[in-house]
Design a protein around this ligand. Structure first.
Ligand code: SPV
Ligand code: MG
Length: 431
């Protein structure tokens, strides 16, 4: 009897999947691959049920003879394991980022006389509704909030990208690239105080008040599902911070990062060029402890950001603070630097990791941007935040367009670099 293999990456079975099983059954013994959690989050959507539950779900389907785990987007290992005569998939993988995967699978199975079978993709109202329901579920605060902790368990390094509006949120939510046969996407969003303030034409000095920052979160949560790390600046007065923690939890935010500064906060990338005061270890520890006490869910994280390297207070001071803040209840440590060379960041990570193997480390490589995610992960970093690159790429593009229209007294000269009218009007999904 021949073997036919198909890979599922879904939490909910709809007509489309049942059709695939029926078509696969016509070809032989049906082996279904369950995409592992870690592969699923890179490739498709965040799972709403566990890997074990997905396996159980697929096993319960009529017509399925065996379920195996597929632990990579590329089919090499699973094809070696199953040696299928047929690999069956919806024909939607003949286009877009999945095409490379399809072509590679075809090459693999053809080498021993196997075949790829593309089944016409089922897309009816019921299927559409199930997709939307799943998306809505992921967007609910109770699902979104716990996703950062789940990601920290599932992936070697969590990648967060700055968002400051519904539109930038959508870019972080939807951007998927295919590179060397692997698909990749961002895991989380960083609501930067710098970019949120800049978008409003204001300086990054805690001038944009919390109500307005919450409005930004709302705009983003309305149209996305990915977890949010909120830049809480200094956290403000401890008496205020406890309310902020509760509000963020309610909105479904996963983490707040607060920095150990006091008085008028300025952006860290100014370093020692402007006057900035670091909070005492005692005061900042008390703020963290008060925030942890106010928190009602187990999901939410309060991450302490240490400014000792920015303010040139030395490595020992940074490490002392990290120890104290973890003791006060911090769920993670963010260490910041404005040096181009990542050496001091790596030194901190290595030293901190040698005495604390668990507490997540967060870094923001805006200045030390030559280091790769894999190198950071090797030094124990768990979350990397690309804090301002969307804003910094959009601003010069907009400015140049404004200048050129003024220069030429018409818009024709800028047309080549613009998104088409059709694209812009279809950018946002219609319900
Ligand atoms: C931000 O994005 O607002 C940050 C990171 O706090 S940094 O600008 O590097 O201080
Ligand atoms: Mg900030």
């Amino acid at each position: 009897m021949k073997t036919a293999y198909t890979c599922f990456c879904t939490d909910v079975i709809h007509d489309g999947h049942l059709n695939i099983i029926n078509e696969t059954k016509k070809l032989g013994r049906v082996v279904v691959g369950a995409l592992s959690d870690k592969t699923l989050i890179r490739f498709n959507k965040f799972p709403t049920i566990s890997q074990e539950e997905r396996i159980k779900l697929y096993r319960s389907l009529e017509g399925v003879d065996e379920v195996v785990i597929q632990d990579d987007m590329m089919y090499d290992d699973v094809i070696t394991l199953v040696h299928p005569d047929y690999v069956v998939h919806g024909d939607n993988w003949k286009e877009g980022p999945e095409k490379t995967i399809r072509d590679h699978v075809e090459e693999l199975v053809k080498s021993y006389g196997g075949e790829v079978v593309d089944v016409p993709y089922t897309y009816n109202e019921k299927v559409k509704k199930i997709d939307l329901q799943l998306r809505e579920k992921l967007a609910m605060p109770e699902y979104r909030r716990k996703r950062l902790r789940q990601l920290l368990e599932m992936t070697p390094i969590v990648k967060a990208m700055e968002a400051h509006s519904g539109l930038t949120g959508l870019i972080v939510e939807k951007t998927v690239v295919e590179h060397e046969g692997k698909l990749d996407q961002f895991d989380a969003m960083w609501i930067s105080s710098l970019c949120d303030s800049t978008a409003k034409g204001k300086p990054d000095i805690e001038l944009v008040d919390m109500t307005s920052r919450f409005r930004t979160i709302d705009d983003i949560t309305e149209v996305t599902t990915k977890p949010i790390i909120f830049d809480g600046d200094t956290g403000g007065l401890t008496e205020h911070f406890v309310y902020t923690v509760r509000s963020l939890e309610k909105m479904g935010v996963s983490a707040v990062i607060i920095e150990d500064k006091t008085g008028l906060k300025k952006n860290s990338l100014f370093g020692t060029e402007v006057e900035q005061t670091q909070a005492s270890i005692e005061d900042f520890s008390a703020k963290i402890a008060a925030g942890k006490k106010a928190q009602l869910t187990d999901d939410f994280m309060i991450i302490a950001r240490i400014e000792s390297l920015i303010l040139e207070r030395g490595m020992e001071d940074a490490l002392n603070r990290a120890r104290a803040f973890v003791k006060a209840g911090a769920d993670g440590i963010m260490i910041h630097s404005r040096k181009k060379d990542p050496a001091e960041i790596l030194e901190f990570c290595d030293k901190f990791r040698s005495e604390d193997t668990k507490t997540p480390i967060v870094v923001v490589p805006s200045s030390f941007n030559t280091i790769t995610e894999a190198e950071l992960a090797d030094h124990g970093v768990n979350i990397v935040i690309y804090a301002n690159q969307l804003t910094r790429s959009a601003f010069p593009a907009m400015q140049k367009t404004a200048e050129d229209i003024l220069r030429y007294h018409r818009a024709k000269e800028v047309d080549d670099r613009l998104m088409s009218i059709k694209q812009i009007i279809t950018l946002i999904d219609e319900l």
